[in-house]
Design a protein around this ligand. Structure first.
Ligand code: RIB
Length: 306
C-alpha cells in the first residue's frame, strides 16, 4: 500500500462548550468541557488512518504529562511514530477551543514543541519519506520547515499537499507554485490571494489566480456549500450535505484526511472530494475533533442514511 507522510502539528485540545464568551473581568459558568487529541497535522493523519491509510507522522511532542498520551493515540490508529519525537524542557502544543451552542468555534493555539520540528528532521527521515507517495502539510509548524518539505517533495517527485491553516498572509509564491494540491478554506484563500472571497463565485475567481500561477490543483472548502475545484482537471463544485451540526471543530481536517486517503488510493480527485465532503459533514454531527471522525464502517453507515 502506498504510504502518506503527514509533516505537522499535534495539539492537546482543551474544548470548552460555552453559551457565550465572558467579557473582560467576568467569570462565567460554561456547560461542558472535553480534553482531546488534536492539532491539524495529527487530525488529518488520524482521519486518514481511521479510513485505512498507511500514515507516517513527523511531529514533535513536549516534555509533559500530555506527551505519552499523544504518542499512544497515534499508535492506537496504526500510525508510524518513528519520527514523533519528544523535545526536552518544552511544553506540548495546546489548543484552548471554545464551541458555541450554534456549533461554531474559536481556537487559540500554543505551538509548544511543534515549533521545534525543523528542516533537519525532514532530512533525518529522508529515506522513509522517499517511500511515500504523498506529503501533507499545514501551517502549525514553522514556515521554513514547510518550505523545506515542499522542496524535498518536489525534488523527489513526491506529490505534495498544503492545507494553509491557520491562515497566514505572505506565503512564498515560489513555493506555492511547486504544490500539487493547495486546499484552503475561504478565509485562507482570501488571505493568500489578497482578494475578497465571500461566495462560491468569488472563491472560483481567486482560485483561478493560484492555478494560473502554477499550483496543479486548488480545492477550496466551502463549509456547508461543499468544495470547489480549479486546476488541471477544469473547474467543478461538489455540493455540500445538510446535517444537524453539533461541533464544527476539526471539520476541515476531516475533509483533508478523507481526501488524502481516497486520492492516494484511487487517484480520482472528484471522487475523493465527494467522499471528503460527506466525511466532514459526518464529523460535525459529533462533538470533539478526532473523536468525531468515523472509521470506515461508521462512515459507510452515515452514507447509507444520507
Ligand atoms: O483544525 C482544528 C484543530 O485546530 C484543533 O484540533 C486544534 O488543535 C487546532 O490545531
Amino acid at each position: 500500500m502506498s504510504k502518506i507522510a503527514v509533516i505537522g502539528s499535534n495539539m492537546v485540545d482543551l474544548i470548552t462548550y460555552i453559551d457565550r464568551m465572558p467579557g473582560q473581568g467576568e467569570t462565567l459558568e460554561a456547560p461542558g468541557f472535553a480534553l482531546g487529541c488534536g492539532g491539524k497535522g495529527a487530525n488529518q493523519a488520524v482521519a486518514a488512518a481511521k479510513l485505512g491509510a498507511d500514515v507516517l507522522m513527523l511531529s514533535k511532542i513536549g516534555d509533559d504529562m500530555f506527551a505519552d498520551n499523544t504518542l499512544a493515540n497515534f499508535q492506537r490508529f496504526g500510525i508510524d511514530t518513528r519520527y514523533v519525537q519528544r523535545v526536552p524542557g518544552v511544553s506540548s502544543g495546546v489548543a484552548p477551543i471554545f464551541v458555541r451552542a450554534d456549533s461554531h468555534n474559536s481556537i487559540l493555539i500554543v505551538k509548544g514543541a511543534n515549533a521545534h520540528l525543523s528542516p533537519v528532521d525532514i532530512d533525518a527521515a529522508a529515506a522513509d519519506l522517499r517511500e511515500c507517495t504523498l506529503i501533507v502539510l499545514q501551517l502549525e509548524i514553522n514556515l521554513e520547515t514547510v518550505y523545506h518539505a515542499i522542496e524535498f517533495a518536489h525534488r523527489h517527485g513526491i506529490a505534495v499537499l498544503l492545507n494553509p491553516a491557520p491562515a497566514l498572509a505572505g506565503l512564498s509564491a515560489e513555493h506555492l507554485a511547486k504544490l500539487d494540491f493547495l486546499i484552503p478554506n475561504e478565509s485562507e484563500l482570501a488571505l493568500i490571494t489578497g482578494l475578497t472571497v465571500d461566495s462560491p463565485d468569488s472563491a472560483r475567481s481567486a482560485a483561478r489566480t493560484l492555478a494560473v500561477s502554477g499550483i496543479r490543483h486548488v480545492i477550496v472548502t466551502l463549509g456547508e456549500h461543499g468544495a470547489l475545484y480549479v486546476g488541471e482537471e477544469g473547474e467543478f463544485q461538489v455540493p455540500g450535505q445538510r446535517v444537524d451540526a453539533r461541533d464544527t471543530t476539526g471539520a476541515g481536517d476531516a475533509f483533508i484526511g478523507c481526501f488524502i486517503q481516497h486520492w492516494n488510493r484511487d487517484g480520482s480527485i472528484r471522487q475523493a472530494m465527494e467522499q471528503a465532503v460527506a466525511y466532514s459533514a459526518c464529523s460535525v454531527t459529533a462533538r470533539g475533533t478526532q473523536t468525531s471522525y468515523p472509521d470506515s464502517e461508521a462512515f459507510a453507515r452515515f452514507q447509507q442514511r444520507h
